[in-house]
Design a protein around this ligand. Structure first.
Ligand SMILES: *Cc1c(COP(=O)(O)O)cnc(C)c1O
Length: 373
């Protein structure tokens, strides 16, 4: 121990500095629980919708090489990655803005649009980060309940827009309930919302969508310049730990998002890993994994339906058990079976799709829960 550590800390416990009052309204993010070891049991972490597969060797190699340069700052403009994204989706590079995960980009969006008292409309239950980011900006969350099938109620969301609404967030597929909005629904919604309100379409799980009625938000941007498409490398691309996401938006908006970005927030490793993930070979390899996860989602949902569960459709890499008040108990039951899952309040429990043996255990544990009740 050093000298200073042995001294009692004499810093006064009270301080007179003025923290922003808005912080009092910020809910804490409850992250997915880490996996706890259980002797004799392989524990599966199914609580954060992560990709269960390890990084692609080609991506890992690029990151390992880049790690040797961590004494250098990253490219603040994220130029090469923005260009790679622009090429991939055939949009002008000026419409691409990157950030540290799409949560980071969403913070940039809220910062760019919201002053204190402005309103942000989104569905609830939806992504836990939304009310946090809105409250941090001193803005007001207007939460519109999802339907009993866990779907966005887009007409009600359109009706919730007021003159104070700056942003609407649409999470499709919706985390944690699973369904996607449909293209006709979205078209109708965009026609109903004033064109000076930004509509963020959070497509964190778009790569897992198989329903042909689901929109590709990028195509909606052509007729609706107020649409901001938000995507991430965290889920299908398996780079959650590296923190990189992006928005595609009208050029003045993309410019604004570069202004509200924390400088140097996207590391060199993250930038290079994302670029390496967009090469044709990597894309093909990643697609194989996505195909397996989607097939597993179908298998899990079918098995659960056979057991008698009535779960919402999922277009993502997770399923939602709307068990209400029993959410904590249900999650504990899974925990004891070596499955770390995510209870969300008294609404339900979200279970990520993992490797086949993890999913087998999910199916068996869900059956055991029914048998015991
Ligand atoms: C996981 C997730 C994200 C992605 O977060 P990152 O910051 O990119 O890791 C964004 N939106 C939703 C709805 C999510 O579930």
């Amino acid at each position: 121990m050093t000298e200073s550590q042995t001294q009692p800390d004499e810093t006064p416990a009270v301080t007179e500095v003025h923290l922003r009052a808005a912080l009092d309204n910020v809910p804490s993010y409850v992250a997915g629980k880490p996996a706890v070891e259980r002797p004799g049991l392989t524990v599966h972490k199914l609580s954060s919708n992560e990709n269960p597969y390890p990084p692609l060797p080609s991506v890992l190699e690029v990151v390992t090489r880049a790690a040797g340069e961590m004494n250098r700052y990253p490219d603040m403009n994220v130029a090469a990655l923005s260009q790679a994204i622009a090429d991939e989706f055939e949009v002008p590079v000026g419409q691409v803005a990157c950030g540290p995960g799409s949560v980071g980009v969403l913070a940039q969006i809220i910062d760019a649009f919201c002053d204190a008292g402005d309103e942000v409309v989104f569905a609830w239950r939806s992504f836990e980060a939304y009310p946090i980011l809105v409250a941090l900006a001193g803005a007001t969350s207007v939460m519109v309940p999802v339907t009993d099938q866990g779907r966005h109620d887009l007409p009600a969301m359109a009706a919730a827009v007021t003159e104070r609404t700056k942003v609407v967030l649409i999470c499709t597929p919706n985390n944690p309930t699973g369904p996607s909005v449909t293209a006709p629904e979205l078209e109708e919604f965009l026609a109903a919302v004033p064109r000076d309100v930004a509509v963020v379409i959070d497509e964190a799980y778009v790569e897992f969508v198989t329903d042909e009625y689901c929109p590709d938000a990028l195509t909606f941007r052509r007729n609706h310049p107020n649409v901001i498409v938000l995507r991430t490398f965290s889920k299908a691309y398996g780079l959650a730990g590296l923190r990189v996401g992006y928005a595609v938006a009208a050029e003045p908006v993309a410019d604004a998002l570069r202004k509200t970005a924390v400088p140097f927030a996207v590391s060199t490793m993250a930038q290079l890993a994302a670029i390496a993930s967009l090469t044709p070979t990597a894309k093909a390899e990643l697609q194989e994994r996505v195909d397996v996860l989607v097939a597993e989602r179908h298998r899990v949902l079918e098995a659960l339906t056979e057991q008698g569960w009535d779960l919402p459709d999922s277009q993502a890499n997770f399923v939602w058990f709307p068990v209400g008040e029993r959410a904590a108990e249900f999650a504990q039951f899974f925990d004891e079976a070596g499955l770390v899952v995510r209870a969300l309040g008294t609404d339900g429990v979200r279970v990520s799709i993992g490797e086949p043996e993890a999913n087998d255990r999910v199916i068996a544990t869900a059956a055991a829960w029914r048998a015991e009740r």
